[in-house]
Design a protein around this ligand. Sequence first.
Ligand SMILES: Cc1cc2nc3c(=O)[nH]c(=O)nc-3n(C[C@H](O)[C@H](O)[C@H](O)COP(=O)(O)O)c2cc1C
Length: 186
Amino acid sequence: MTKIVMISGSLRAESTNSAMIRAAAASVAACPGVDVEVVSVDEVPLFNEDVEAMGDPFEVIALKRTVGSADVLLICTPEYNASVPGVLKNALDWLSRPSGESVLTGMPVATMSASTSGFGARWAQDHLRSILVDGIGAVLVDHEPVCIRKSDERVVDGMLVDREALAEIRSLVATAVGTCLDAASA
Ligand SMILES: Cc1cc2nc3c(=O)[nH]c(=O)nc-3n(C[C@H](O)[C@H](O)[C@H](O)COP(=O)(O)O)c2cc1C
């Protein structure tokens, strides 16, 4: 069984990034041998080394356990002021610990981004990739960046309805899951 865990970087109830994640999850939900779990970062407390020194909070333990159970992680991020939202960076900071023993170190991660603007949150995705690779030592899934532009025009009632975007997401997820299958058979 290959497990893919998915995270949206937006907490908004009508988040288009979360709609992308739902579409990604649906694209593999019926695939035999693939297990999907979508995890929210909305309850993760603010990172604080003093808190960490007393022991990870329950929400962080749960997050690390879920992400650590993954063979591959998929993150979809919006762009806030040319970077990733603080909530996503905060979750990644927790996941990066303990330094040198992060559950993300060496883990394949697929990234995508969605924005209501015409740029598809490309800057945020570039920052996300740098955090993952340069900061944490994760490994990017080998796929061209998926940046969904004008995301609000492609989502209706919380569902991604744009065929082109859906095809891009399906391609990314297939590559992400395929990376695990390739590694397992090597
Ligand atoms: C504080 C803030 C800063 C933003 N900065 C950017 C930005 O730098 N670039 C951009 O393309 N969109 C920016 N946006 C627009 C968001 O990308 C847009 O609201 C997006 O739809 C949020 O994702 P969501 O639909 O998943 O919540 C910003 C939005 C907020 C609330």
